[in-house]
Structure formats: structure tokens, C-alpha cells
Design a protein around this ligand. Structure first.
Ligand SMILES: [Fe+2]
Length: 161
């Protein structure tokens, strides 16, 4: 999905960028609400969780900056190329530091439960604004990332009983 943004142009690039933001809003919100609390319980988990949260918070800032740029501009391409790498580095940090810690310190049943909750959360979260909130400018239909996160958070907490 990250590569699609760089490989496309014009409205297709805008749509690909919207799809990446949508996916990250669901995925990172699910991680923050479901995975990270388990990480924090593990020995040294507080530090590992904090490192991942800093990466995610930095990504939110970069996304907010990207949203203000013209997707066709050189500035967007340069910034998105760096952003792509930081998302991949973040995923690798989760896979090499956070997940092994979870595997060692969390019982299998709790891990399976957490996995199922993440998958459900990712599927159901309606991070799109209500249809009536659409504007005439196609670029802004998806709305800012911060609003996508809020909607994902609300949807997860109301459904996750
Ligand atoms: Fe993450």
C-alpha cells in the first residue's frame, strides 16, 4: 500500500494515500488499545511500549504534515518516501522487540484473544466521516488522520465489550 502511493499519480495517488491513512488509523489504534497494554505488563515492557508509542506519535505528526501537501509535489514524494521507511522500521521494531516479549510473557490464551480483538477492531472501525460530511473537494473527503483516529477509537471502545 505504501508503494502504491509512490507508484501512482494525481487522483489515484490521493486515493492510495487515503487508503494508507485509513489502514494506519485502524491498525495503530487497535495496537494502542489492545496490544500495548499487554506489552506494558511484561518485564521491561514499559520501555518497549514507550519506544513504539514514540514512533507512532512521530508518524502522526508526519502524516499531518503530508496531508497539507499537494500529493503531486516533490515535497510530498520526499516526505512520503521517508515516512514509508519509518513505517517499515516501526513494524520491524514491533516484530523484533515487542512481539517476542509478548510471546515470552503472555499466556497463549490471552495472545489469541488479543489477536482476535485486533482483527475484529480492524474490520469494523468506520473511520470514514458520515456521508453528509463530504465536501466537494475530492482531496478532503477522507478528512484528516487525527479525525480518523478519533473515529477508530470511538468505534473500538463502543464495540469492544
Ligand atoms: Fe504500530
Amino acid at each position: 500500500m505504501l508503494d502504491d502511493v509512490l507508484a501512482s499519480s494525481g487522483e489515484a495517488r490521493q486515493r492510495a494515500f487515503d487508503a494508507v491513512r485509513e489502514m494506519l488509523a485502524r491498525h495503530e489504534t487497535a495496537e494502542e488499545m489492545i496490544v500495548r497494554p499487554l506489552t506494558r505488563k511484561a518485564p521491561d515492557g514499559e520501555r518497549v511500549a514507550e519506544g513504539r508509542m514514540q514512533e507512532e506519535n512521530r508518524a502522526k505528526e508526519v502524516l499531518a504534515a503530508l496531508e497539507k501537501m499537494d500529493v503531486e509535489s516533490a515535497e510530498f514524494v520526499t516526505t512520503f518516501t521517508e515516512f514509508r521507511q519509518s513505517v517499515l522500521d516501526h513494524a520491524q521494531a514491533e516484530e523484533t522487540q515487542e512481539f517476542p516479549l509478548l510471546r515470552q510473557n503472555t499466556d497463549a490464551e490471552a495472545l489469541v484473544k488479543a489477536r482476535d480483538r485486533v482483527m475484529r477492531a480492524e474490520e469494523m472501525a468506520p473511520t470514514h466521516p458520515h456521508p453528509s460530511a463530504k465536501t466537494t473537494a475530492a482531496n478532503y473527503v477522507a478528512g484528516p488522520f487525527a479525525a480518523m483516529l478519533d473515529r477508530a477509537r470511538d468505534a473500538f471502545s463502543s464495540s469492544d465489550k
